[in-house]
Design a protein around this ligand. Structure first.
Ligand code: SF4
Length: 342
């Protein structure tokens, strides 16, 4: 029986779970598809609601990864996973062969591919960007249009690829409203003479201090919140983006010209997660995320003995929720290893 634990994914969930297991004395092997650990945090600038620099959280994860019980195999995907009596046998894309007593799936999420919503013009019109593109601009220090000028009118479209039958995603991604509010504030701070508009269906600000951030955006930064769904994006003769929407509070159609449009892309089950779900016969829900055996007191438990879930591979979660979920996953793994004599 192997005491090893394999963690698939080196984002916040994978590293946190690995750290807890390593501290409990288990050798942990992390399989990470990228060159660095940190997952989506590596692409983000400031985090909500306190606008802490994501670099600080990545540095926390790097400190955890220093534990001598943790080995990280980077630039690798899982090629094949099989059960071998009480153990798992995993082969990576680089040919590593690993035996382990348990597996933690921490494959995270992929951002919805915004080009699938053709009506918003991502990949068609210059200056239609995603929330992730905007974070890259924040990190680079400049918010610029394709012509090199600073935008003066910017719109943010909520619910891109979420709560949308056409995209096949009926669920709410939970965190894009607060991301939009955070980004709107940062845009107003970086470009004080700009006007910023958020086009929303409902404002879902369900986390600690999210509502306060929303009030700050309105009262201190004069961000305009328009309740309405954008139906179409085009380009005017002068090169501006033309947005058509329905203001559902005022009950009238609106047409507005903007310099830049930011699409708040939702979260989806990751491609890596889909592959593992088929290799290990793991159940997924109608939202295609992994479904645990019990939503109330078993959210880390899969339908396969010895396979556990950590983080956003099960549902959209914030960073603090992800860290807590990963710690709970480690507790479940330790219980399982002890019960099975590993
Ligand atoms: S969090 Fe807000 S933007 Fe994201 S899907 Fe839910 S309602 Fe839409």
């Amino acid at each position: 029986m192997s005491k090893n634990v394999i963690v698939i994914g080196g984002g916040a969930a994978g590293i946190e779970a690995a750290g807890q297991l390593a501290m409990a004395g288990y050798p942990v092997i992390i399989i990470e598809k990228g060159q660095e650990i940190g997952g989506h945090l590596l692409d983000w600038y400031h985090l909500f609601p306190d606008r802490r620099n994501s670099v600080e959280v990545v540095s926390y994860l790097n400190d955890i990864a220093e534990n001598r019980n943790i080995s990280i195999l980077k630039n690798r995907q899982t090629e094949k996973i099989e059960r071998n009596k009480g153990n798992f046998h995993l082969r990576t894309s680089a040919g590593d062969e690993i035996e382990a007593g348990a597996i933690v799936v921490a494959t995270g999420f992929d951002l919805f591919r915004s080009e699938k919503k053709e009506e918003y013009g991502y990949g068609i019109y210059d200056n239609v960007i995603t929330s992730a593109d905007l974070e890259k601009m924040f990190r680079a220090g400049d918010i610029l249009l394709k012509n090199g000028k600073a935008p003066s009118k910017i719109g943010l479209v909520h619910c891109v690829g979420s709560r949308d039958e056409k995209s096949g995603n009926l669920y709410c991604s939970k965190l894009c409203c607060v991301t939009a509010v955070k980004q709107a504030i940062e845009l107003r701070e970086k470009l004080p003479s700009s006007k910023v508009f958020c086009f929303y269906m409902d404002m879902r600000m369900g986390g600690a201090h999210y509502e306060e951030l929303y009030l700050e955006a309105q009262e201190k930064h004069a961000v305009s919140f328009i309740r309405g769904k954008v139906s179409e994006v085009g380009v005017a003769h002068n090169g501006s983006l033309v947005i058509k929407a329905e203001d559902t509070l005022a009950g009238r159609p609106i047409r507005i010209e903007l310099d830049m449009l930011v699409l708040m892309a939702g979260m989806e089950m990751s491609e890596g997660g889909r592959k593992i779900s088929s290799d290990l016969h793991l159940s997924t829900g109608s939202n295609r995320f992994f479904s645990s055996i019990d939503n109330h007191y078993g959210s880390n438990l899969s339908n396969e003995n010895g396979v556990f879930y950590a983080g956003t591979c099960t549902a959209p979660m914030s960073i603090p929720e992800t860290i807590s979920h990963a710690r709970a996953a480690a507790t479940e793994v330790i219980r399982y290893m002890k019960n099975t004599g590993k």
